[in-house]
Ligand binder design. Structure first.
Ligand code: HEM
Length: 215
């Protein structure tokens, strides 16, 4: 079912890979965020007695709150599905009182919503994973404010799996390698498609990370 839905709409491979490209590009100019993620990974390894390179379990991934917040923040600024539209089945009234007639199309711009001051505050353009924190954990944002996975009855069924996949890949890559992004100060060009992909991908130089083998 998942590949079917995402092949009619955005493809599965494109959504998760595009999210990770933007995530790694954002990290390249935010070394403090990278450091916080590495510290969190070290804490998890110590807590669960894991070595670098071992696969993280579901629970271990679940407890990576800062990494979850950093990925959510990348999805807010660069949603893999940047715009979407729906057709109204019957006459209806939107929550703000706006009438929509049967057969009308309603489109919404997720890219714009992720950068609106009245939703995200004055620092809406900043990459700030901390905005997702509440009482020391990454909060569940309303999907109507953060619709990267859509909202309502047709919300993405693979949301949880997508987070687990992205966290698992990001954690394994980050703890083993240092990534040097070639043009970290320039916003990569987009490809205008169903998914928000970078034109020509993200060129990086990869170096093995020097770590204390006991961690
Ligand atoms: C970052 C990764 C992903 C993003 C941003 C994403 C986003 C979305 C969006 C926006 C929709 C609604 C499309 C529409 O009807 O207009 C959707 C639907 C769906 N997604 Fe994802 N998706 C992701 C990954 C995944 C994964 C990994 C799976 C499965 C393993 C999955 C399974 C599905 C399914 C089954 C639907 C259809 C739900 C329905 O119509 O009832 N998605 N996704």
């Amino acid at each position: 079912m998942a590949p079917l839905c995402h092949s009619v709409g955005p493809s599965l491979r494109d959504t998760t890979s595009s999210s990770l490209s933007w995530f790694f590009w954002l990290l390249s100019s935010h070394p403090n965020v990278e450091l916080n993620i590495l510290k969190e990974l070290e804490t998890i390894r110590v807590r669960y007695g894991k070595k670098i390179g071992e696969t993280y379990s579901y629970d271990e991934l679940h407890n990576m709150h800062y990494l979850h917040a950093a990925i959510s923040e990348a999805l807010r600024l660069y949603p893999p599905v940047p715009a979407n539209k729906k057709t109204c089945l019957n006459d209806d009234i939107m929550p703000d009182g706006t009438f929509v007639g049967k057969g009308w199309e309603v489109s919404f711009n997720l890219y714009g919503m992720g950068r609106m001051e009245n939703i995200w505050g004055k620092n809406c353009f900043e990459f700030l994973p901390e905005r997702w924190f509440e009482n020391g954990a990454c909060k569940q944002e309303s999907p109507f404010r953060f619709p990267a996975f859509q909202a309502g009855p047709r919300i993405c069924l693979g949301k949880d799996m997508a987070y687990k996949q992205m966290k698992s890949i990001a954690a394994s890559v980050m703890e083993s390698f240092e990534m040097e992004v070639e043009s970290k100060d320039k916003v990569p060009e987009f490809v205008l498609a169903l998914t928000l992909r970078m034109k020509n991908g993200l060129p990086v130089r990869v170096r093995k990370r020097c770590v204390d083998e006991n961690n």
